[in-house]
Design a protein around this ligand. Structure first.
Ligand SMILES: Cc1ncc(COP(=O)(O)O)c(C=O)c1O
Length: 378
């Protein structure tokens, strides 16, 4: 099938691999192919490349490089965070809390924890998609070992109040995990100075390759390894390292750090232009508009319209647009995130998610708005 996408507005689902990243990865497919664990030159070079990437990833989020463990992506990082902490606490504490708007990589792992005998409760959000602190307070217990709340929601872009949440977890000795997949490179992160203990990252959301990510684990955090075998990643995650992927992830993080400020400004300007156009459509509702948000995502409902059919119409005209979480697309259930924010099924199903990059242009936004107005009129 020919790829006819001209205007890409689904950067929360995947970003194109940046040419600089691709160039950085190139030698590690062929010339520098060695197994990073072996004791000769071609392998030492691979090892050094991994170490460099570890430093680049750490720099983007304000971490120590020895706290970065490479994984196969955000999904593995989320799964490992929850299971790793739960398994380390099996004997003593058996209660965990996740938010209702987490990615399915967290929500499905919460189900596994329940199967293992843990009690896992969900904390809800307000109408703007922000975790309700009073509800969290009521859920915290002496036997709570883990709280998992994402940094930026992947459907609305809403930033969660992690500072306030971490004050609560810190004083009770609870491990706080945050899925920062949509935050890294978009909002300034200083994990070391934060009260978070573990954070998930993914390369393909910030110009890197698919199938690689990381878990940041604060020194001293108690958690078990999930992948067992060789002693890679200092025994924390076994398996021969994906050297080209890791190198690409590192290069993408370095670029993201350098460009974050300028990219933020560009994306905020584009988003405002787009949202202004949406506001002018009768009945339109911008979801999460009054909450603090990351610059790249906007989500809106157009009552009386179907998100899926609008996205399909946009596709036929060369646009790539999401209706909800990319990972959940194809499923007919309306978004669990919008439902948690109090939208009715019909409202949730009339929603579109547009996720921008700094490479998008004002002309693309204008063309999008023209098509949107036309579809709504129909
Ligand atoms: C918030 C969030 N967490 C986790 C993931 C999963 O990451 P990956 O695709 O690297 O497995 C995604 C992907 O959409 C995401 O948006």
């Amino acid at each position: 099938m020919r790829n006819c996408t001209r205007i890409y507005f689904d950067n929360a689902a995947a970003t194109p691999l940046r040419p600089e990243v691709r160039a950085a990865m190139e030698p590690y497919w062929s010339d520098t192919f060695g197994n990073a664990g072996s004791p000769y030159a071609v392998s030492r070079a691979a090892r050094m490349a991994i170490d460099r990437a570890r430093t680049q990833v750490a720099a983007l989020i304000g971490a120590h490089s020895d706290e970065i463990v490479f994984t196969s992506g955000g999904t593995e990082s989320d799964n490992w965070a929850l299971l790793g902490v739960a398994l380390a606490n099996l004997e003593t504490r058996c209660h965990a809390i996740v938010s209702a708007i987490e990615h399915h990589a967290v929500l499905e792992t919460a189900t596994t924890l329940r199967e293992l005998g843990f009690e896992v409760e969900e904390v809800g959000v307000d109408g703007n998609g922000v975790v309700q602190l009073e509800t969290l307070d009521a859920l915290l217990r002496p036997e709570t070992c883990l709280v998992s709340i994402m940094t930026v929601n992947n459907e609305t872009g809403v930033v969660q109040p992690l500072e306030a949440i971490s004050q609560r977890t810190r004083e009770r000795g609870i491990v706080l995990h945050s899925d920062a997949v949509q935050a890294a490179g978009k909002v300034l992160l200083d994990v070391e100075g934060s009260g978070i203990d573990i954070a998930s990252l993914s390369a393909h959301k910030l110009g890197g390759p698919k199938g690689v990510g990381a878990l940041w684990v604060r020194r001293g955090t108690r958690m078990r390894a999930l992948l067992r075998g060789g002693g890679q990643e200092r025994g924390r995650r076994a398996g021969t390292e994906n050297v080209p992927g890791i190198v690409g992830f590192g290069a993408a993080c370095e670029l993201a750090e350098l460009e974050m400020e300028a990219n933020r400004e560009q994306m905020c300007t584009l988003r405002e232009r787009l949202e202004q156009g949406v506001r002018e459509i009768e009945g339109a509702r911008l979801n999460g508009e009054s909450a603090p948000r990351a610059p790249h995502i906007t989500n809106f409902s157009l009552p009386g319209n179907r998100g899926e059919s609008m996205a399909l119409n946009f596709d036929m005209r060369g646009f790539a647009i999401g209706t909800g979480s990319a990972c959940a697309s194809g499923a007919l259930e309306p978004s669990h995130v919008l439902a948690a924010m109090g939208l009715s099924r019909a409202e949730a199903r009339s929603s579109l998610r547009v996720s921008l990059s700094a490479q998008n242009t004002g002309a693309e936004v204008d063309e999008f708005l023209d098509v949107l107005r036309e579809l709504v009129k129909k």
